[in-house]
Design a protein around this ligand. Structure first.
Ligand SMILES: CSC[C@@H](O)[C@@H](O)C(=O)COP(=O)(O)O
Length: 351
């Protein structure tokens, strides 16, 4: 059974505290929007799709308890809380996109005179609950499209060796994963020889989370530190790189975990196809290029420390951007639930 980052039933929400993994598997209860905001901001839950799902479910819980007396008040409350949730982390677009969609739904329910206050709450909550199932279905489709695409580029029935970065698996989504979903599908098709996952400094999502998922799934895998990618590509015949995305612009430029850009540059040099696997909820149709994406900067402590242990000299200053932008020109394809697109073809989807 796959790991579950998000446990949700009947307005009860628990998340696996990813700050404690892999040493401890502990679920924490999210009782409302304040808890949701904090869990996202502290990265107890992380990964673009999981951030949006937990944020929105935390709102569903609060809506159920809401004592507002009119649809107008409910609508205002929803908008305020969604905007607050969006402020928890700025780079991944999924939460912002979900907020825009849910505000539009709230407005529609508010305007419909046949909908009572109770109906409005119920319908709003069921829209949020649908996000969980939709995300898993999208990830499975991404997995299949991605696996087929990668196999098209290798001869006959040969096996593939994949490099991935950060964590894009069950822990970063409602389940299955995006880039890790592609790896899972290749494994299920018995076409995967080996996976290499990067440590993903400074926060070590690769070493702590992806390595944990790969061991849990019994997928043959090796952990490398980020500075080994060039040597790996030179020596080990990597078939493809697959990474996730926090925000994709309509020209295909992609924001993803810091370090993604340098892997894409190395992949280009070594002739290794570099893929981004992301659901449409990670594509920002409002922006035309990566230069318009806000990059979150996180505390120095994530660089100076590993867990509680300080590794950097006292007094040194740090720069800690959590994401970087990979230009579309380095991307061989964007693997989505609707198929694989060349970066330059993506904008046609939004005409
Ligand atoms: C399916 S998760 C896609 C991305 O969110 C992932 O690659 C990533 O960069 C996660 O960053 P994080 O800072 O751990 O939230």
């Amino acid at each position: 059974m796959s790991l579950r980052a998000i446990k949700y039933e009947n307005l009860h929400l628990e998340i696996l505290d990813q700050l404690l993994l892999p040493a401890q598997s502990k679920y924490v209860t999210i009782k409302g929007v304040e808890d949701g905001w904090r869990a996202i901001n502290r990265m107890q839950v992380r990964g673009a799709p999981a951030i949006a799902i937990v944020g929105c479910l935390s709102l569903a819980i609060e809506i159920q308890k809401d004592t507002v007396e009119s649809k107008k008040e409910l609508r205002q409350d929803i908008e305020g809380k969604l905007n607050y949730l969006v402020s928890s982390r700025p780079t991944a677009v999924n939460m912002k996109k979900a907020a825009d969609d849910l505000i539009a739904i709230a407005n529609k329910l508010y305007e419909d005179e046949n909908v009572t206050l109770e109906d409005m709450k119920k319908k709003f909550i069921s829209n949020i609950e649908a996000m969980l199932e939709n995300d898993i279905a999208d990830n499975k489709a991404i997995g299949e499209f991605g696996a087929k695409e990668i196999l098209l580029k290798v001869p006959g029935d040969s096996l593939v060796r994949i490099l991935t970065h950060c964590n894009t698996g069950s822990l970063a989504t409602a389940g299955y994963g995006t880039a890790l979903g592609v790896i899972r599908s290749l494994h299920a098709m018995k076409r995967l020889e080996h996976v290499y996952c990067t440590e993903t400094r400074p926060y070590n999502q690769g070493a702590r989370l992806t390595a944990y998922e790969l061991v849990h799934e019994k997928i043959q895998a090796t952990l490398i530190v980020d500075s080994m990618v060039g040597a790996l590509m030179k020596q080990r015949n990597i078939s493809a790189v697959v990474v996730g995305a926090d925000r994709v612009a309509t020209n295909g430029d992609t924001a993803n975990k810091i370090g993604t850009y340098q892997i894409a540059v190395l992949a280009k040099y070594h002739g290794v196809p570099f893929y981004v696997a992301a659901p449409f909820t990670s594509i920002d149709k409002k922006i035309t290029g990566g230069d318009q994406i806000v990059i979150e900067e996180r505390p120095d402590r994530e660089v100076t420390h590993v867990g509680e242990h300080r590794i950097a000299a006292q007094g040194i200053s740090c720069w800690n951007p959590a994401f970087d932008i990979t230009p579309a020109s380095l991307i061989a394809g964007i693997i989505t639930e609707k198929g694989v697109f060349l970066p330059e073809d993506l904008k046609q989807q939004f005409l």
